[in-house]
Structure formats: structure tokens, C-alpha cells
Design a protein around this ligand. Structure first.
Ligand code: SAM
Length: 225
């Protein structure tokens, strides 16, 4: 009975994601990660509803459609090195790892990092969780093919732009490999104002910027917790 409800909830989420224009490949990646492992104990089918949920410490696990849009925009390829800022539950990091990336995830609240580390050790061993201030990036593992930020900021931290991989050189008759992608919510960090989810891409002569959708995220807080 419970299994039926879980399968119905997963099927409903698949339909919602496809209706939002998420590609079947990214949908499959999302559905391959057991979201019920990342939410506080409770109803497993409830974990698959398309909504953010509280995870303690005044923080949330992001809504599946937003995780999917961010993952799709990050355009992760197997073998990419990705920085995930704001580990929270570890769910977004696990989805990026399921897309084939080696993921470094940074969280400023030690207790959340510790819990995510335990979950990810079982579900997504390609993720390494670090405690620290993600506004500084994580220079020791840069450059990154993609950086995904799950908290809102008024201005883009320069360190994150600096740590994006520059585009590769063009080969004979081939386009240059893409530069690093930064997916980040920018705007007033408050529950009262939507922020603009931006895709910033490093190019040979600077950066391009694209508005993906409006979102509501908790603030990106500089400094240790
Ligand atoms: N990606 C998470 C998930 O899948 O569960 C959701 C993250 S939650 C919306 C945002 C997280 O960013 C919170 O856990 C918060 O503590 C963290 N955070 C805020 N400012 C930060 C910073 N400067 N460095 C690292 N983490 C930060």
C-alpha cells in the first residue's frame, strides 16, 4: 500500500518535471536519487511532493523542480568537477553526483554538514562535504565545470566567478569546450521577494548571463556559523 503511494508520488513528480521543460535525462537523474533519505523522518511519499521542506536549523531542502532546473542549467557531464554551495540536506549534491560529477559541497552549519555527510556516504559517495563559507568558493579544488548555489545573494561573490573553468582551446574544426557554468539566485534574500535564478557562463572574453526563473531561497550568509 505504502509502496503504491510512493510510486504514484514519483510518477506525479516525473509528470510535473516534464511539464516544466526538464529533459527526460535530467528527470531520470533526479528520480534515481532517493529523496526520502534527505528529508526528516516521516512519510516517504511526502518527500516526493514538489515542494521545499524544513530540514532544521531554519533551512530547507529545495523544491524538486528547482533542483532539476539548476541541474539542467549546470549541464553536468560525467567526469565534471562541481562545487555545490549550501549542502543543506545533501540532496542537490547527490543529484549532481548522479549526473556523473565529482562533487565538492560546502555548508556553513556544521550540524547540517555532519548529517548530510552521513547520508551521502551511503547514497552518493562521489560527494565530499566541507564546512565553511561558500561565498569564498573552495579554491583548493578549482577550477569547476559548474558551481551551483542554493542560497540567495544580492551580488555574485567574485570568488565564484574566478573559480569557474575557462573554456578550453578550439581543436581542429571543433568548437571550444564550454567554460564553467554558475547557477545562482540573485536578489533581495528574503521570503518576501523572489530572486532571479541566473545562469552565468565563463567565455573566452568574460561572462554571459541568462535569467532562468524566479525563485525563493534562504540567504547566502558570509562568514562561519
Ligand atoms: N541544496 C540543499 C539541499 O538540497 O538540501 C538546500 C540548501 S538550503 C536552501 C541553503 C543552505 O545554504 C543552508 O543549509 C545554509 O546553511 C547554507 N548556506 C547559507 N550561506 C552559506 C555559505 N556562505 N556557505 C555555505 N553554506 C551556506
Amino acid at each position: 500500500m505504502g509502496g503504491d503511494r510512493l510510486e504514484r508520488a514519483r510518477a506525479a513528480l516525473r509528470a510535473t518535471l516534464l511539464a516544466h521543460g526538464v529533459t527526460p535525462a535530467v528527470v531520470d537523474t533526479l528520480l534515481s536519487v532517493p529523496r526520502e533519505r534527505f528529508v526528516p523522518d516521516g512519510d516517504p511519499a511526502g518527500a516526493w511532493q514538489d515542494r521545499a521542506m524544513a530540514i532544521g536549523h531554519d533551512q530547507t531542502i529545495s523544491q524538486p523542480t528547482v533542483v532539476a532546473v539548476m541541474t539542467q542549467a549546470a549541464a553536468v557531464q560525467p567526469g565534471d568537477v562541481v562545487l555545490d554551495v549550501g549542502t543543506g540536506s545533501g540532496y542537490q549534491a547527490a543529484v549532481l553526483a548522479a549526473a556523473g560529477a565529482t562533487v565538492h559541497s560546502i555548508e556553513r552549519i556544521p550540524a547540517l554538514a555532519a548529517r548530510a555527510r552521513r547520508t551521502l556516504a551511503e547514497v552518493a559517495p562521489a560527494v565530499t562535504v566541507h564546512v565553511g563559507d561558500g561565498t569564498k568558493g573552495l579554491p583548493g579544488y578549482a577550477p569547476y565545470d559548474a558551481i551551483v548555489v542554493a542560497a540567495a545573494t544580492r551580488t555574485i561573490p567574485p570568488a565564484l566567478l574566478e573559480q569557474l573553468r575557462p573554456p578550453g582551446p578550439e581543436g581542429a574544426g571543433e568548437a571550444a569546450p564550454r567554460g564553467g557554468r554558475l547557477v545562482i539566485p540573485v536578489g533581495e534574500p528574503s521570503w518576501l521577494h523572489a530572486q532571479r535564478l541566473l545562469l552565468v557562463e565563463r567565455t573566452a572574453d568574460g561572462f554571459t548571463q541568462q535569467h532562468l526563473l524566479d525563485v525563493l531561497f534562504v540567504p547566502l550568509v558570509g562568514g562561519p556559523a
